[in-house]
Design a protein around this ligand. Structure first.
Ligand SMILES: NC(=O)c1ccc[n+]([C@@H]2O[C@H](COP(=O)([O-])OP(=O)(O)OC[C@H]3O[C@@H](n4cnc5c(N)ncnc54)[C@H](O)[C@@H]3O)[C@@H](O)[C@H]2O)c1
Length: 289
């Protein structure tokens, strides 16, 4: 049986870090095709196209400088060309662009294709709050898993040890993604409560920002620990109200849940100045991921 064709939809900081893993993993597996297309939102860098730089220097010099991408990861600026014949999609773009991109993709989706969303956030539209995976599912009519964890892209690219969680309504697909994405230093657990995993990914960042405020305002670690604990309780309460399906406490103990805010607890407090607070918030714009 021919290997499954993988397409990475996105090529920012996280997309490039994940492309590094996927490029290596497909080479060692006969379940996947050895060439991986990566859709790149084209931009000019010093008069050169970013796709051209990636395909010649094998480095995303803007979003993940200092890391070589495997040569079997091919940057493509046109989404229709990038997705041609793809069986598996990795969605990894900032959430505000996903709806429009899915509309462009819809007429070209191969029957039986499925995907995974690495996108953090919740969409707010006229009908209220919606999960990003739900938007992809609805627009493309495909099965969608999610991947969320305490995963700062640059650390993952540096191959520093971390954990992450795949939420899979279809466990078989979840395990295919585990095979595609896991490495000795990027450990994946697969759970069925996909919506809980996705909400954890978004909500933990809010708690982490609250923890950042504690540092910026010069509060102590005891206060910060309380903010984190209360935040986790609110994450559980919100998820139980929001989700239709089962929401179990165990899912919050996976990497997608508690580890984000605790990222912060382990950090040194910043000085209680405006500058400290600003720095801290900047850290958390990245660290929240
Ligand atoms: N960076 C991390 O450490 C990290 C970790 C986990 C999850 N995430 C999540 O991954 C997703 C992607 O984040 P990132 O950090 O890779 O992004 P990024 O901020 O590094 O890059 C932004 C990307 O958006 C693209 N872009 C700009 N304008 C666009 C447009 N009009 N249409 C489509 N794409 C456009 C850019 O080309 C670039 O690839 C986010 O949901 C983020 O929360 C990030």
């Amino acid at each position: 049986m021919p290997g499954k064709k993988v397409c990475i939809v996105g090529s920012g900081n996280w997309g490039s870090a994940i492309a590094k893993i996927i490029g290596h993993n497909v080479k060692g597996s006969n379940r996947f095709e050895p060439v991986v297309k990566m859709w790149v939102f084209e931009e000019m860098i010093n008069d050169r196209k970013l796709t051209e730089i990636i395909n010649t220097e094998h480095e995303n010099v803007k979003y993940l400088p200092g890391h070589k991408l495997p040569k079997n990861v091919v940057a493509v600026p046109e989404i229709v060309e990038a997705m041609a014949g793809a069986d598996i999609f990795i969605f990894v773009i900032p959430h505000q662009f996903i709806g429009k991109l899915c509309d462009q993709m819809k007429p070209h989706i191969k029957p039986g294709a499925f995907g995974i969303s690495l996108i953090k956030g919740i969409d707010e539209g006229p009908d209220g709050l919606r999960l990003i995976s739900e938007i992809i599912r609805e627009k493309l009519e495909i099965e969608v898993c999610v991947l969320m964890g305490a995963n700062i892209a640059s650390e993952v690219a540096d191959e520093k040890f971390c954990e992450t969680t795949i939420g899979a309504k279809n466990m078989q697909n979840g395990h295919i993604f585990k095979e595609l994405l896991q490495t000795p230093n990027f450990r994946i657990s697969v759970v069925e409560e996909s919506d809980t995993v996705e909400l954890c990914g978004a909500l933990k960042n809010i708690v982490a920002v609250g923890a950042g405020f504690c540092d910026g305002l010069g509060f102590g670690d005891n206060t910060k620990a309380a903010v984190i604990r209360l935040g986790l309780m609110e994450m559980v309460a919100f998820t139980r109200v929001f989700c239709q399906g089962e929401v179990t406490s165990a899912t919050f103990l996976e990497s997608c849940g508690g580890s984000g805010p605790h990222h912060h607890l382990l950090r040194r407090p910043q000085p209680a100045s405006g500058r400290g607070l600003r720095q801290d918030l900047q850290v958390h714009r990245g660290a929240g991921d």
